[in-house]
Design a protein around this ligand. Structure first.
Ligand code: RIB
Ligand code: CA
Length: 301
């Protein structure tokens, strides 16, 4: 089993990442850490604890550093950052240390750990700045080889903290990027809603509610009635890499562009002559992905 720390900003699609990380047989979920992104730190942390209570996830949850990354996304995730359903009271899992300290302690004790990041990379960068000797694998949802979703050329997680993404991509670590190119293939089509409805479990019912909310905002904002469930793709890249196609490529993060700050510039054809600094996921076996994702929901139900 692969030891994993999930760093997230729940966020509707982050919840699917939490369930997949908690229930996939190949993953040993050691901790959940939270980062400001889809909502401020207190909201995303409360949301993570509520989801742990719903799904019976029993791991430490540690809040990120106090200085939140930029960005909030109420237009997509609502005022609570997880609108659309009733969730239980938060589980009593909040660690008495912050995300960086807890992850540092886990890495010192557990050896090779994979950090799956599904929000801005603020916490991951802070860990690497504090302890450049630590060598976790990092798989993150963020960026794209083409257009963005928060500005014309920047994807939200990278846009929210581009300097943090630059730290991760300059670290020399084994880094996997699951950008919009691959996550836009993880669409929740009507059959996904039907399969959740047919499960008739509290978790599946709540996930159906959340997905309906997510679909409504994605349709309103992006004209995408079948919303791409981005974040669990980064978990699948670790748990079931056979479901994805990857290429190695150099990725640069635009930090200063007036119109392009936060863009991930992925050199897919080696025109820059730079060495690859990441593995980039480009394709997904969508049917298999949803079988794996929904099996996780069923297992926790
Ligand atoms: O651009 C999609 C990413 O931004 C996802 O992680 C979503 O949860 C938001 O954080
Ligand atoms: Ca997220």
């Amino acid at each position: 089993m692969i030891p994993v720390v999930l760093d997230c900003d729940p966020g509707h699609d982050d919840v699917f990442a939490m369930l997949l990380a908690a229930a996939h047989p190949a993953i040993d979920l050691r901790a959940i850490t939270t980062v400001a992104g889809n909502g401020p730190l207190d909201k995303v942390t409360t949301n993570a604890l509520r989801v742990c209570a719903l799904a019976g996830i029993d791991v430490p949850v540690a809040a990120g550093l106090s200085q939140p990354a930029a960005g909030n996304a109420p237009s997509i995730h609502g005022e609570s950052a997880l609108d659309g359903t009733d969730l239980p009271e938060p589980a009593d899992l909040l660690a008495d240390e912050d995300a960086v300290t807890l992850t540092e302690r886990l890495l010192d004790k557990a050896g090779p750990v994979t950090i799956v990041a599904t929000g801005p990379l603020t916490n991951v960068a802070a860990l690497l700045r504090k302890r450049p000797d630590l060598r976790p694998r990092v798989a993150f949802m963020g960026g794209s080889c083409g257009r963005g979703n928060w500005t014309p050329l920047a994807e939200f997680n990278i846009w929210a903290d581009p300097e943090a993404a630059d730290v991760v991509l300059s670290s020399g670590l084994e880094v996997t990027m699951c950008g919009l190119d691959v996550t836009h293939q993880a669409t929740a089509t009507p059959d996904v809603f039907e399969r959740l409805r047919a499960m008739r479990t509290p978790i599946a019912d709540r996930m159906g509610d959340l997905l309906r909310f997510f679909a409504s905002t994605y349709d309103e904002v992006f004209g995408m009635p079948d919303p791409p469930v981005h974040d669990p793709v980064a978990v699948a890249a670790v748990a079931a890499p056979e479901l994805l196609r990857f290429v190695d490529a150099p990725i640069a993060v635009e930090l200063t562009g007036t119109h392009t700050r936060g863009a991930t510039v992925v050199d897919l054809h080696g025109v820059t002559g730079k060495p690859a600094n990441a593995r980039v996921a480009l394709d997904l076996d969508r049917a298999e992905f949803w079988d794996v994702m929904l099996a996780a929901v069923e297992r926790l139900g």
